[in-house]
Design a protein around this ligand. Sequence first.
Ligand code: AMP
Ligand code: GLY
Length: 356
Amino acid sequence: VVIGPEEPLAEGWADKLRDAGRLVFGPTADGARLEADKAWAKQLMRGASIPTAEARIFSDATAATAFVRSRPTPPVVKATGLAKGKGVFVPDTIGQAVEAIDKIMIAKVFGAAGSQVVIEERLEGPEVSVLALVDGRNIYVMETCQDHKRLADGDTGPNTGGMGAFCPSRQVDDALMQRIERQVLVPTLDALRREGIDYRGVLYAGLMLTPAGPKVLEYNCRFGDPECQALMVRLESDLLEVIIATCEGRLHEVDLTWKPGASCCIVLAAPGYPDTPKAGLPISGLEAAAAVPGVTIHHAGTKRTPDGAIVTAGGRVLGITAAGSSIEEARSMAYRAADLVHFDGKLLRRDIGIKV
Ligand code: AMP
Ligand code: GLY
């Protein structure tokens, strides 16, 4: 069983299925805390000297607010629990930071996920996602990706689950990758093992490449969406074999091969995303888009109605993914296909893969 999303992982479905004798790809609930409990993840990083933003954790809104007001510059405010990628606020003013605390802890817009906040220093630099397969002991680092979390062009608007991704990132050369492995991935796995956690699945580190070196912004306990789409169109090896080897602790026996070149995924989102995406909008042009060379269309928030029409049924509706010989080629194919798909109020960013 491959468990894709974070909620069932955090709820312990891997534990239940493993206990029932199934082979499961995805960490147990204690491992999924890396993503599902940012306060816990922060403490784990601190304990293992893994580079990350300086942070303080609060369970009380008044104390959190007083701390924010005492800062010379506005810090980043994060709900500790799962919030579909929307629980992080990067405010430009102290006032906005206080509003973020109110939203998370008083208005409780993310429910119990807002019982604690992590307030951390704002870092600067390009972002890169490093995804690794982990079989309990061994780490296999996949190609690097870059996600685009903000809703609108030029990294403006609210944070989303991700509006597009490309692969590989040109920010990371071999030396930097070795540093990321040595300073982030290996110590994370060691720290998990010290906690008695047998982590099997994908370990995803969202990093910011600061002037002082790479620092962890977040962990995910799964493939990212849309990073996964960008990665998978480049994977030449048999994914199932790799997954089984990961579950069985035999990752050292498999070798993954990747298509040369690059890939790019453009997310088409429903109007109103991320807050109130509109469902039920008819989608057309899927066949023409799928016929563009190198293009794969991944459905996310879609539904087939009884009369056979495909309609929107979620925030991020489709991932339009293309593989090509270069990022420029992959991008232009993905946009050509994305422009052939229509639904009312379709939202997409026009700058995916430009800030290479
Ligand atoms: P996260 O879900 O924790 O990755 O946060 C979502 C996005 O918020 C990241 O991709 C960054 O763009 C931004 N972010 C998170 N933490 C920080 C930080 N400490 N400094 C600057 N930006 C951040
Ligand atoms: N794109 C980031 C995520 O899946 O959380």
